[in-house]
Design a protein around this ligand. Sequence first.
Ligand SMILES: [Zn+2]
Length: 251
Amino acid sequence: MKPFKVRLRFHGDLNLFLRSKACDAVIERPLAEKTSIKDVIESCGVPHPEVDLILVDDQLVGFDYTLANDTKADVFPVETRDTKRTEKRLQTISIVRFVADGHLGGLTRNLRLLGFDVAYPKNADDRELLEVMARENRALLTRDRRLLMHGFVQHGYWPRSQNADEQTIEVVRRFDLSKLVAPFTRCLRCNALLEETTKAEVIDKLEPLTNIYYDKFRRCPDCKQIYWSGSHFPKLQKRIEEILLRTQDKA
Ligand SMILES: [Zn+2]
C-alpha cells in the first residue's frame, strides 16, 4: 500500500492535549496502512471521549472511519457544540452518573454536595474503575488521559483544572447538569441518597449542642452518617451558590 498523509486540525480546547500549544494546530501524520480516524486522533494525544465531531474532507464521519489515502480531518470538542447541528455528534451530553478516579476526591465531594451520583471506589486500579463504569453505566472522570483513551470508555471527561471547584464547574457545564442540582440530598461520604429522619431517631448520636439547636436531620441509610443544617451550613450553601453562578457564565 502506498504511504499517505493525514492533516489533522484540532479545534477549541482539544489543543490542550497536543504537544504544540498553538491554537487550531495542524498536525501531519504519515501513515503506511489503513488506520481508523480514532486511532490517528488518539496518537496525537486526544482521548476519544473528548471528541464530539469529526469531518474528513468536509464529510461527517464516525470513530470507525478508515483512512486509506491523503486526507484532511477537522476534529471538534464538545464545547463548540452548535445546537443547530446535532447530527453525527459522537458524545452524549445528558449523563448524570459518574465514576471518578482516586485523585478526584474534592471534585467527587462537590458533585455529591450538589446531589450527583458519583462512585469513588477507593484504591481501585484502572481495571476496577473501568468495571464500575461499564457495569453501572457511568461516565469516567479522570485526569489520566491514557485511561480515558481505553477502548472500553464510551463517555468520560478530563478535568482541565486541578482545582476541585473549577473542575466541578467544568463537569456541570460539560454534562449540562445545572438544572438537576439538588443540594444536600446525597451522602458526601458514601454517595447514598439521604433519608429524612426525626430527632428522636438520632438523638443518642448527637452532641448536646446539636441536640439543643437543630430540629431537621437527614441520615445516610448506608453509612449512618447524620446531616443537619449546622454552623457549617451557610458556608456550604454559599459555596454551592458560587459554583452554580459560575456555571451560568459563558466560558
Ligand atoms: Zn453514607
